[in-house]
Unconditional design. Sequence first.
Length: 212
Amino acid sequence: MRAPVTVIAAKFEDLVAVGLRVLIGEDPNLQLVAAGVAADEIEAVIEDKEPDVALLNFGTLSTPAQVFQLHQAFPQTRIMVLANRPTAAECNQMLSFGATACLSKETEARDVINAIHLASRGMHVLPRSAAAAGGAEGLGMQGTDLLTPREAEVLELLHDGATNAQIAHKLSIGIETVRTHARNIYRKLGISSRRELARLGRPEPVVVEHDT
C-alpha cells in the first residue's frame, strides 16, 4: 500500500485552517503532520518533518522570495501557495519562484485535495479563475517584488541558458539593459548569480483546475 502524502500547513485564518484540517483528515491518502506553523518556523518544520507538500499562506510570507528560498533549501518538498483570489500573473510568479501550485483560498474543497495530490507528484496547478481576478484582489505584493513583463521575458531566456548578447538580440535591447534586468531579477528572487538561478529549474506543464 502506498504511503500517504505528508502535508504541513502554515498558519491560516481560522475558517481556512479548520477547513484544511477537515479536508486533509478525511482523505486516507493524506497525512497532516503539522499545522498552524508560523512563517518564521516554516523552514525548521520542513527540515524536521520532511513533508511531501507544504501549504503556505501568502499573506503571512515576509516576502515572495521566501518561496524561492524554501524551494532552494528543500527541493524535495512541493510548495503550494494559497492566496486571496490571485491573478494568473501572480500565480505564474509563484511558479517562477519555485512553487508547485498556487490557488485561491476560495477554491472548492475537492479541487484543493486534488491539487495537493497533483502537487505531490510535481505537477503544477493554477486556478482557472486566476485569469479573471482583479489586481486589487490579488496577492497584494509590492511592486518592487513582482517581476515586470520585460523581466519575465529575460528570466525565461536566462532559464534557456541564453547569453546576455543573445538575450539582447532576441528582445532588441542593449546588453547593459539585459544586465540591469538580470540584476533586478536576482534581487527579487533573493539570489546573486546565474548559477543559483539554474538550481531553480524550469516549471513543468501547468494543470488548470476547474472552477464552478
